[in-house]
Design a protein around this ligand. Structure first.
Ligand code: FS2
Ligand code: SF4
Length: 544
């Protein structure tokens, strides 16, 4: 196997024997086969679209299958094999769609991925086929290969957000159309490095629309988040822990647990759910448990109830909690009970069987500071900047992870001067969201904007501030310090680059899939750089 799509890539270059995440070589090969097959789907779907033909099943399969291959989502070979089978069916459907719209077969050359290759019947044979289509085989030029991988990972990240929006009944044909175009472009031998750089920027732009669509879906369904204190203690009683990003799944579980004496807790990226009026109205949504995803093995053993993952990031489950662990949606782990659909009675039964919590009072942390809430304070914020009470804003956001270098983000938040405000999003916030950073004239110094997809909200805040101060985002007293781990962080980074945001710092390490030449390009054009020492970076950003 060879996989280098996330920050944990072994030795900083790639996982070759088994994934650091726990991905087995057979799953890696099946996921490579899925990606190869999806390029074939994209070839035909893109051509069909050019002739005005669209098929919803093909579009939805594209995003679901891409999401399946995101880091820490699907570890089950049987489920990946099913996705590969459906991918081949969708390729044939997309080809038929094109041929109908075209009034006959395609006259040009058909690339191998889009040809009529058959999927072998056995899983072992599928794995063998997948091994021939790894990420190193995309392109013979290492720089083009690098940019194609950036584009693929951007599409994977965007597919996850598009899937959440789709589940909430929001679809945008433009987003599906772009993903087909992007994957089809990887089969076009005429395209060169700068074509793929352009597609990466288009991917970033399209993802702003995609995150905007998801934001709209959340707000229409659950109303705009409002600043909300969330308990990190426990209430006496039976308990279910929900991990992931999917708010609709949480809502359904809240409906089904109402009046059953079972409290619901959020884990990691579900924390911002507490800020939505349409979700916090459920009195049995009682708090947030644990820290970021990489600590689940230790923390879940102590959770005395049922646990369900609705999106990444799942890790190898421990025996202490495997029998009360469930997956839903795209997430799968072999041997862990998967809930297919919307009936959570098995999860509730497992919670009722488990011991439950004793009362454990603890402090609150604040969430729900999206753009509606922050811009509701716009006058106060602008006045504080003009008076010098707020000197600078720092967006410190992105993923958390297991590597030791991530203490940087804790120290950074701790050491920032008291006249600065932090906007944070995604699970990287768990490095500092329990610190008491105080407030500036009633404006909290730590504002939790939301999940990683709420980068959209952070962008809206930055654009509104730029509008208020009549300057560009790069001229604002604003610095961006990102932490990355998986492909959603890749697409958020592409979105920020597509807005021409410069001078960002990225850590804890740079992606293994970025070659030195591609990195030079990013440095020259965007002055993006790796994190260094907290003191030096902060000095630079504060202009001291
Ligand atoms: Fe964190 Fe994991 Fe949000 Fe990522 S919980 S690294 O999926 O998308 O951030
Ligand atoms: Fe390794 Fe990350 Fe790929 Fe898992 S997803 S195999 S940790 S590079």
């Amino acid at each position: 196997m060879f996989c280098f799509q996330c920050e944990q890539a072994a030795g900083g270059t790639g996982c070759t024997k088994i994934g650091v995440c726990g991905k087995q070589p057979d799953v890696a090969a099946l996921q490579d086969l899925i990606v190869f097959g999806l390029k074939g789907v994209a070839f035909w779907a893109h051509k069909a679209r050019e002739k005005g033909a669209i098929d919803r099943d093909i579009d939805v399969h594209m995003i679901e299958a891409l999401f399946t291959t995101v880091t820490n989502v699907d570890f089950d070979p049987a489920s990946c094999a099913k996705v590969a089978q459906k991918t081949v069916q969708m390729r044939d459907k997309a080809r038929a769609l094109f041929e109908k719209a075209n009034g006959g077969p395609f006259k040009g050359d058909v690339p191998a991925a889009a040809g009529d290759w058959k999927l072998p019947a056995g899983q072992a044979e599928m794995v063998a086929l997948g091994r021939k289509h790894g990420v190193k085989a995309f392109h013979s030029d290492p720089d083009v290969n690098s940019v194609q991988n950036i584009l693929l990972y951007g599409c994977k990240g965007m597919a996850a957000y598009a899937d959440h929006a789709h589940i909430l009944g929001k679809d945008d044909p433009k987003i599906y159309g772009f993903i087909h175009k992007a994957l089809a472009s990887m089969l076009d031998a005429k395209l060169g490095l700068m074509d793929f750089v352009g597609l990466c920027m288009e991917c970033g732009k399209t993802n702003i629309d995609c995150m905007g669509l998801l934001n709209k879906a959340h707000i229409e369904k659950y109303q705009a988040p409002t600043p909300t204190p969330v308990s990190i203690g426990a209430k006496a009683g039976k308990a279910i822990l929900v991990s992931g990003h999917d708010l609709k799944m949480l809502e359904e579980l809240l409906k089904q647990t109402e009046g059953k004496g079972v409290n619901v807790y959020t884990h990691v990226e579900m924390l911002p759910a507490h800020g939505y009026p349409g979700l916090k109205k459920y009195k049995h949504l009682v708090g947030n448990f644990g820290s970021a995803w990489q600590n689940q093995h230790k923390e879940f053993a102590d959770f005395p109830g049922a646990i369900i993952f609705n999106t990444n990031c799942i890790q190898r489950p421990g025996d202490q909690y495997k029998d009360r662990l469930f997956t839903w949606g795209r997430v799968q782990w072999p041997g862990v009970k998967h809930i297919d659909g919307w009936d959570f009675s098995e999860v509730i039964a497992a919670a009722q069987k488990a011991e439950g919590f004793k009362e454990m009072p603890a402090k609150n942390i604040l969430t729900g500071c999206g753009h509606d809430a922050v811009l509701g304070l716009a006058d106060k914020v602008i006045a504080a900047v003009k008076s010098g009470a707020i000197k600078r804003f720092f967006v410190i956001g992105g993923c958390d992870g297991a590597k030791p270098g991530r203490n940087y983000y804790t120290q950074f938040a701790e050491k920032l001067p008291k006249d600065t405000v932090i906007l944070t999003l995604a699970c990287g916030k768990y490095r500092f969201n329990k610190l008491d950073l105080g407030d500036i004239g009633g404006i909290p110094r730590l504002l939790d904007v939301g999940q990683c997809n709420d980068a959209y909200s952070a962008v809206q805040i930055a654009l509104a501030l730029a509008g208020a101060f009549n300057c560009g985002v790069n001229d604002l007293p604003l610095s961006i310090v990102l932490s990355w781990y998986e492909q959603k962080a890749v697409v958020v980074l592409l979105s920020l680059l597509s807005l021409d945001i410069k001078n960002m710092k990225l850590g804890p390490t740079l992606p293994a899939f970025v070659t030195p030449n591609v990195l030079n390009f990013l440095v020259e054009n965007f002055n993006i750089g790796p994190i260094g020492s907290v003191e030096e970076d902060m000095k630079q950003m504060l202009g001291a």
